[in-house]
Write a protein that binds this ligand. Structure first.
Ligand code: GTP
Ligand code: MG
Length: 305
């Protein structure tokens, strides 16, 4: 099965968010339309029906996503995965650990300049990282639905490790961006020493959300960062940002950039890492990412207890 990207459409309704994705198999004459309703971060219902592949292709070109490319979470056997279990606009399968993903409360806790100054409680946390200006702070604001993290058009806005407490039970962590071309040599070295120290010593880190700008072709520095995290056994999810930016010349459409990035990264992993398409402007991928984070968090909680 392959997912025809951009067929993932979002229709906000008073009772939740209706999403439509279109799937097509290269060898089948028909494609499957999958409608699903997400309310308060939970699946309410999902309905599938078939249309002709021609009709589906007229909507969008195929993004090759084989079943082998899916991220299958703990508690799910690959053989039992069905289309309805895959979050739209992602390769993420929803498993039994997915729970209440709604954010009811969010507050800034503290900024730290060193890993050892970070909060010392046992709450699980997710680190949001990526190149300067990729949209880390904007994504956090979109997820919590308030302007909590400072954003800027100028790269290099976030300079410290910022902890945000969510529902009084877990943290989202906004980190300085890497690869800021105009940063001084010493600032760049500082980034690697203090954020690398954070990743290697943070026992409560559930996973890293590695943000990748989908509006530009793959960048070496993102691949290097992913490889470094992989080598250090730090679980990561690729969060493609700015998927609303569809303008641009050949090779700069988000779908092309995402496909190229996956081809480059795919060779490095035995099991495919999870990825999801997002936009902080349209809210694309918001509920999906929160649901995915809930299943990672609940599994982590389960393992830790
Ligand atoms: N079109 C579009 N623009 C975005 C999106 N996310 C962020 N931006 C814009 O990108 C710029 C940078 O966003 P930030 O959230 O400050 O980026 P950051 O990664 O936190 O940057 P640093 O803190 O400097 O590392 C801002 O002008 C945002 O408005 C998105 O999904 N779509
Ligand atoms: Mg920032």
């Amino acid at each position: 099965m392959g997912l025809l990207d951009h067929c993932v459409a979002h229709y906000p309704q008073p009772f939740g968010r209706l999403m439509c994705s279109i799937w097509a198999c290269p060898f089948c004459p028909s494609a499957v339309v999958d409608l699903c309703l997400i309310s308060n971060g939970r699946f309410k219902f999902s309905k599938s029906f078939a249309i002709s592949r021609r009709a589906a292709s007229s909507v969008a070109p195929p993004l090759k996503l084989e079943k082998e490319a899916l991220f299958v979470p703990p508690g799910v056997a690959k053989e039992e995965v069905t289309i309805n279990m895959v979050l739209p606009g992602s390769n993420i399968v929803v498993g039994p650990y997915a729970g209440d993903a709604q954010i009811k409360q969010a507050q800034f806790v503290k900024s730290s300049s060193r890993a050892k100054d970070c909060p010392k409680d046992d709450r699980p946390e997710f680190a949001i990282i990526g190149r300067s200006n990729v949209g880390k702070s904007s994504l956090i604001n979109a997820l919590v639905r308030q302007d909590m993290a400072l954003t800027s058009k100028k790269p290099g806005k976030t300079q410290l490790i910022n902890h945000f407490l969510i529902n009084k039970s877990w943290y989202m962590v906004d980190l300085p961006g890497y690869g800021f071309a105009h940063a001084s040599e010493s600032a760049r070295i500082d980034w690697s020493s203090f954020t690398k120290g954070y990743f290697l010593n943070r026992d409560t880190l559930v996973a890293v959300m590695l943000l990748v700008d989908a509006s530009i072709p793959p960048q070496r520095i993102d691949l290097d960062c992913a490889n470094w995290l992989g080598r250090n056994n730090i679980g990561m999810t690729f969060v493609f940002t700015k998927c609303d930016k569809t303008k641009g010349g050949k090779g700069t459409r988000p779908v092309d950039n995402i496909r190229q990035f996956q081809e480059l990264i795919g060779k490095c992993y035995g099991e495919p890492p999870p990825w999801v398409m997002t936009s902080s402007v349209t809210g694309l991928g918001r509920d999906e990412l929160l649901l995915h984070m809930s299943q990672l968090r609940n599994y982590w909680d389960n393992e830790a207890s």
